[in-house]
Design a protein. Structure first.
Length: 178
């Protein structure tokens, strides 16, 4: 991996919450950061851009769409010529109850569940890992680091958030030295 000042990280969910703090910390330590986040976060992204300067890049994308993540990775690689770290940080909780409590006593088939949580927390992480491996192999010195944010619910599931618990458990199952 390159030294700070040259190193490039991509942070998903990088303009709010934990992701924004991670972005700030990396830039304070000399990294260049491409923060991937959804369009509704663009105002926060602009504030970060004003605060952090030229070592910050906002990539507006929906990480649940492979081609959008691929475009963001490509843009960062094209701008800085390398990708040294992926911080797969984006996450959301269950969007509705898998227990379909509103359907108790009904005979009709319930609506299809909203699996956005799985898409953001697990599927998008898998997309990011594959893309990171691809681009890290193209670094001047191949290699890099991949960090995926999980949760304690991966090990100690919470009944009120079964989808989130399952998705984060999936994130916790990983291979090293790929």
């Amino acid at each position: 991996m390159s030294s700070p000042g040259e190193a490039v990280a991509l942070v998903t969910g990088g303009v709010s919450g934990i992701g924004a703090e991670l972005t700030r910390k990396l830039i304070r330590e000399g990294w260049r950061v491409a923060a991937l986040d959804i369009a509704s976060q663009s105002a926060l992204a602009q504030k970060l851009a004003d605060e952090l300067g030229q070592n910050f890049m906002f990539c507006q994308c929906d990480i649940t769409h492979y081609h959008e993540q691929a475009s963001a990775f490509s843009a960062a690689f094209q701008r800085w010529g390398r990708i040294d770290a992926l911080c797969a940080n984006a996450g959301i909780i269950d969007r509705n109850s898998i227990y379909i409590l509103k359907w108790r006593g009904k005979t009709e088939i319930p609506p299809e569940p909203d699996l956005s949580c799985t898409d953001v927390c697990l599927k998008a992480t898998i997309y990011g890992v594959q893309l990171a491996i691809h681009f890290m192999r193209q670094n001047p010195t191949p290699g890099g680091s991949i960090i995926a944010t999980s949760s304690m619910v991966a090990v100690h599931p919470v009944a009120s958030f079964p989808e989130y618990s399952g998705a984060k458990a999936g994130v916790s199952q990983r291979e090293s030295d790929v």
